[in-house]
Design a protein around this ligand. Structure first.
Ligand code: CP
Length: 324
């Protein structure tokens, strides 16, 4: 169990050691057990978390707010568009000021080329930890929840074949932060990780290289595939989800047009049948039903999407309890 995490930012799991991440999982499971047993665990009595949103959310907002209440503290919801941030409050001012009112600052800012730098700038000015509720590059709490779910469902990830794949969606051009965070984290746990995506849907190359280095260091493997079906074949875990092709074009309408070349990239029952016996289907949600995934898959016996969503609560409480 690693201690001494008080004051640490969680912007990407790659900046935490594996021992520290193991400690998060250990504390998350303990808090999950305590909640299931109805045992109070007011570890953050009187503490306050600022939750600053530049983009919409269901799970992230609800789970951070519920988590702070269960830990005995309070979470304040702040929207960029309804505050003076929209009129020019700078990242430095936000870090300085919200850091004086609060014991942690959680931020969602997913604008391409902006979000991660904004978080770093707030963290630089803040006296309290900054927690990344999703930026343009990383979604660390989603990846932590997914890792916990895989451990619960399949045991030690070492040797598991995990397919992190693009799938088509029509609703909006989603950030590439989930697949980046997954390939970075799962390769550190010795899994055989596949990144499956069309050629236009590359992820930022520095993180693809880092994932390959992580896999080499952990004794697993990392490969990039361009065939949707091949990604499913023999996989123990499949995680097909959409993202925008931001390395091809930063224009969201143009990205949406390119994505229409891949409307057949849908997680359906035929593809699930190609996966290993007992394979699980994962998605961070929200998903485009009938487009990104068939109802029979997301509502089927192999789907663990609600466990993933629940585990957001437990891993976030663990990181908050350890850092705030
Ligand atoms: N998975 C996830 O982050 O969900 P929200 O966008 O609803 O927060």
């Amino acid at each position: 169990m690693r201690t001494g995490l008080r004051g640490r930012d969680m912007i990407t799991t790659q900046e935490w050691t594996k021992g520290e991440i193991d400690s998060v999982l250990e504390v998350a499971l303990d808090l999950k057990r305590r909640r299931a047993l109805g045992q109070p665990h007011a570890l953050l009595d009187d503490k306050v978390l600022a939750m600053l949103f530049f983009f919409s959310s269901t799970r992230t907002r609800a789970s951070f707010e519920a988590g702070m209440a269960q830990l005995g503290g309070h979470a304040q919801f702040i929207e960029a568009k309804t505050t003076q941030i929209a009129h020019g409050d700078t990242a430095k001012e936000i870090g300085e000021i919200l850091g004086r009112y609060n014991d942690g600052i959680a931020i969602r800012q997913v604008d391409w080329g902006v979000g991660n730098q904004y978080m770093r700038d707030v963290a630089e000015a803040s006296r309290v930890p900054v927690l990344n509720m999703q930026c343009d590059r990383f979604h660390p709490f989603q990846a932590l929840a997914d890792l916990l779910t895989i451990v619960e469902e399949k045991g030690d990830p070492r040797g598991l074949t995990i397919d992190v794949s693009y799938a088509y969606a029509a609703s909006y051009q989603k950030p590439m932060s989930v697949p980046i965070s997954l390939i970075l984290l799962l390769t550190r746990y010795g899994a055989n990780v596949r990144l499956t995506r069309p050629p236009e849907f590359r992820l930022l190359p520095e993180y693809v290289e880092q994932a390959a280095a992580n896999a080499a260091a952990a004794g697993g493997s990392f490969e990039v595939l361009e065939d949707f079906d091949a990604g499913f074949r023999g996989a123990d875990v499949v995680y097909p989800k959409s993202w925008g092709c931001m390395l091809e074009t930063e224009d969201l309408a143009a990205s949406a047009e390119i994505s229409k070349r891949y409307t057949d990239w849908i997680a359906d029952e035929r593809r699930m049948a190609m996966a290993a016996d007992g394979a699980i289907y994962m998605h961070c949600l929200p998903a485009d039903r009938g487009i990104e995934v068939a109802d029979a898959v997301i509502d089927g016996p192999q789907s663990v999407v609600y466990d993933e969503a629940e585990n957001r609560l437990h891993v976030q409480k663990a990181v908050m309890a350890l850092t705030m």
